[in-house]
Design a protein around this ligand. Structure first.
Ligand code: S3P
Length: 188
């Protein structure tokens, strides 16, 4: 199996898309791209500011334009924002020449990993757990439908997740191939 041209990470806030993406890119010798960070650089402003001034809709427009542009970048691992799956027009942009990986994470872990964060406007309210839970019920089916691989990240270090992903993406040895057959096609 040859490596896909692009690897695209989807999943909720706090799934570890940026940390795992950066490490995975290094392992594969690919370039790491983080759609949110590039939007911020281009805009010269952070995401809370964009939400404040342009609203969520303004941010989503920038996100779609960014996903379109980055869909042409081969040899890359792309970390997307948690809401990238919400617009149907983004789906072909995420799937283009890529292997889509859903980093699946429990609500508990999402809450834990985003607790101190001030850069996620959707979570700056009294009950971020309820928000994460509502978002999960809407988005989990979308992540799952788009994904070529669903990777559970709970109770796994980023290093372990990356090792398992590398095995899935580039099963060079007979042992890796047997392991994949044993684990099933989609779920790790
Ligand atoms: C969002 C997730 C964020 C960022 C924005 C909106 C969402 O990205 O794009 O705050 O709708 O879930 P991360 O998933 O990297 O936190």
């Amino acid at each position: 199996m040859s490596l896909p041209k692009r690897v695209v990470l989807v999943g909720p806030m706090g799934a570890g898309k940026s940390t795992i993406g950066r490490m995975l890119a290094k392992e594969l010798g690919y370039r790491f791209l983080d759609s949110d960070r590039i939007i911020e650089q281009r805009c010269g402003a952070n995401i809370p500011w964009i939400f404040d001034v342009e609203g969520e809709d303004g941010f989503r427009q920038r996100e779609t334009a960014m996903l379109d542009e980055l869909s042409n970048e081969d040899g890359t691992v792309l970390a997307t924002g948690g809401g990238a799956v919400m617009r149907p027009e983004n789906h072909p942009l995420l799937k283009k020449d890529s292997m889509v990986i859903y980093l699946k994470t429990s609500i508990e872990q999402q809450v834990e990993r985003t607790r101190k964060d001030r850069n996620r406007p959707l979570l700056q309210n009294d009950d971020p757990e309820a928000v994460l839970s509502n978002l999960f019920s809407v988005r989990d089916p979308l992540y799952s439908r788009l994904a070529d691989i669903i990777m559970y990240t709970d109770r796994k270090s980023p290093r372990l997740v990356v090792r398992q992903l590398v095995n899935r993406l580039n099963p060079r040895t007979p042992r890796h191939k047997r392991q994949i057959r044993k684990e099933g096609r989609n779920h790790v």
